[in-house]
Design a binder for this molecule. Sequence first.
Ligand code: SF4
Ligand code: SF4
Length: 424
Amino acid sequence: MTLNINNHPCFNDSSRHNFGRIHLPVAPKCNIQCNYCNRKFDCMNENRPGVTSKVLSPRQALYYLQHAMDIAPNISVVGIAGPGDPFANPDETMQTLRLVREHYPDMLLCVATNGLDLMPWIDELAELQVSHVTITINAIDPDIGAEIYAWVRHKKKMYRDIEAAKLLIGNQLEALKRLKEVGVTAKVNTIILPGINDRHVVDVARKVSELGADILNCLPYYQTTETVFENIPEPSPVLIADIQKATAEFLPQMKHCARCRADAAGIIGEHNTEEMMQKLTEAANMPKNPEEHRPYIAVSSMEGALINQHLGEADRFLVYGLDPETGTSRLVDSRPAPLPGGGQQRWEALARALHDCRTLLVNGAGDSPTKVLNAHGIDVLVMEGIIEEAVEGIFTGKDLKHLMRSSQIHACGTGCTGTGGGCG
Ligand code: SF4
Ligand code: SF4
């Protein structure tokens, strides 16, 4: 594969005024906890905190991209950069990249990751001609890394302190080496954390340059409330300039990164247009596969007013639509739940019974039924509250975080600085 960075606005300073990029927010979960990150916001390793994104399924993302290309035909790069980590959500990330490659053979593809779980996917990334990958490497010394990362979750096991840092750094460097072996352009992001790694960035630059990294992006740490590092001051422009000068001995520098949001679309540095944001909301409100006709939302409720029943306890599901004239929810059906027992087949039967529903609202749900229903195109939202508010909110794209149960909030990357239990 030949490197083609000419039309990538992030990697080629001269093209950033002519070509745009779009981030597809398909990756909500994260597999590590950086001490500067509060996951109420997007992944800080690539994105500016403070702006929460919608999360799309891969096919919703394709739908959004198709419309975004009509609005901004100069988009030359599709990137996946969160709002969590792309490879903590490998199925969604890879499916999205495959879909985009299939529909846009000439599109540049780009991924930004913490690198922990990147390695197993590198060969397929190269096959898909993903030309640019960014890994955020904040330290190569595990002692310094142990100050930066609270925990790392890898292959269902939790690691903390020095063990976590060793594992993460080892995986990052191994993945970087492999990226270069298969010819992918590799950017390294390093977040400058005063008093933590600011004197160590030269070591990082030297090491990643030895492994073949193409460019270094020294990003100033962004002070974020409710994090371990919330009292650390942001680095001064002078410190950043000094570090860029010192590390330029080893690697070219990226200096125009705009810390774009995980759903950024268009020219770097320009705000998303209202039209683009409407398309994003529209895509997020569609069925997981927008080509399917799913006009309804199903609800598990004991008495028919509140979402207050666990999926496994429901003996019937209420099915709601939206009245096009009044814009209010209306009950259209009540469907019996498949009988308990039968394992996976019970949930397959439920998926068939709810074949025209895009979403199921429940008060609790196990992993296994959730996976089966998701695989059949039904989003399972764990919520509590008034049915009408939730149903109408979903149909119209309102923010319903206040109704979400905490397990769901973590899964979509909001409201938690991480407990180590893993999200979703
Ligand atoms: Fe990104 Fe995860 Fe680190 Fe947050 S904890 S900055 S989501 S890699
Ligand atoms: Fe480019 Fe930086 Fe924006 Fe990523 S965050 S799209 S590297 S400018």
